[in-house]
Design a protein around this ligand. Structure first.
Ligand code: HEM
Length: 266
């Protein structure tokens, strides 16, 4: 009955407004924060290819749990991680959908206010909404591929996917969307919840905005440099598509040593 009253009148039988919108807002921020920080880590791991193929190979194997399961690792661990990230990604997108203008009139009001206010942060909201919408599609393709074939990650496997499986156009768009969306999102969270508010909120906001641009530029440069490195490897490896990378002897030595130590300890 209470639900029915609230459904028709917008307030409960006791005349109170629901706390649900505030709770949904909280969860939108929490999932956004998690995804934003995850993406920073993700870009650093993907960029290990800039150091060497061996280093990228070693990081991949660590994620596959090679320190527990030995040299081969268990790619299913990465599959489960991707499934979990995909779940959070969907929840975040669902919660964000509430904020999209749902008809032309709402859109027009928003647009008019943005022009009239000349407010930078309101313009940022538009970029946030647009890149978020693009990621519905671009992010889903990437996550589904990683989730369904987690064993195909590595210096050659990733480069083959980018060049021979023609994933590079999608990655260029996804990279632009995710880096703009992520850094704007983290900036907006800091402003919204007042995380770094000192005595002078205006000054804090100016500093946060600078940090936001620094993060966007840094991760875009890192992302495009990594993509270029994978493309170079993918072109060189085109004729041997599907062949897996074999690490240089010292990396396999380190990994074997770890497995042996684990064997002695257990
Ligand atoms: C557990 C989840 C994830 C895993 C294991 C993962 C893994 C990878 C790997 C291995 C690459 C290198 C290219 C390849 O092998 O295809 C890559 C690239 C990329 N991923 Fe992910 N990814 C995950 C989640 C995400 C999410 C949620 C996003 C954004 C929505 C994302 C955006 C990107 C972008 C933009 C690139 C290209 C990077 C560059 O150009 O430097 N990834 N990812």
């Amino acid at each position: 009955m209470n639900g029915l009253i609230e459904g028709y009148l917008g307030v409960s039988a006791e005349g109170k407004k629901s706390k649900l919108p505030a709770k949904l807002d909280y969860w939108q921020s929490a999932t956004g924060l998690f995804l934003g920080l995850f993406m920073w880590g993700h870009m650093l791991f993907v960029s290990t290819i800039l150091i060497s193929k061996d280093f990228m190979y070693m990081i991949t194997k660590i994620f596959e749990g090679s320190f527990i399961f030995g040299d081969e690792g268990k790619p299913i661990i990465v599959g489960i991680l991707a499934f979990f990230i995909f779940f959070i990604f969907i929840v975040h997108a669902m919660l964000a959908l509430r904020k999209f203008p749902s008809n032309y009139q709402q859109y027009k009001i928003l647009k008019t206010h943005t022009i009239a206010l000349k407010h930078d942060d309101t313009k940022l909201w538009f970029i946030q909404a647009f890149t978020g919408f693009a990621m519905f599609f671009l992010g889903s393709v990437h996550l589904y591929i990683i989730m369904s074939s987690p064993e195909k990650i590595g210096p050659y496997a990733s480069a083959d996917r980018i060049v021979s499986d023609f994933m590079w156009p999608l990655y260029i768009l996804l990279l632009l969307a995710v880096e703009l969306h992520g850094s704007i999102g983290l900036y907006r969270l800091a402003v919204k919840w007042g995380w770094f508010d000192g005595k002078d909120a205006r000054q804090t906001r100016i500093k946060l905005k600078k940090a936001k641009w620094a993060a966007t530029i840094f991760f875009l440069l890192l992302g495009f440099a990594s993509l270029a490195a994978y493309i170079k490897i993918g072109i060189e490896h085109k004729d041997n598509y599907g062949e897996r990378y074999k690490p240089e002897s010292h990396v396999s030595y380190i990994m074997k040593k770890n497995t042996q130590t684990k064997g002695i300890l257990s």
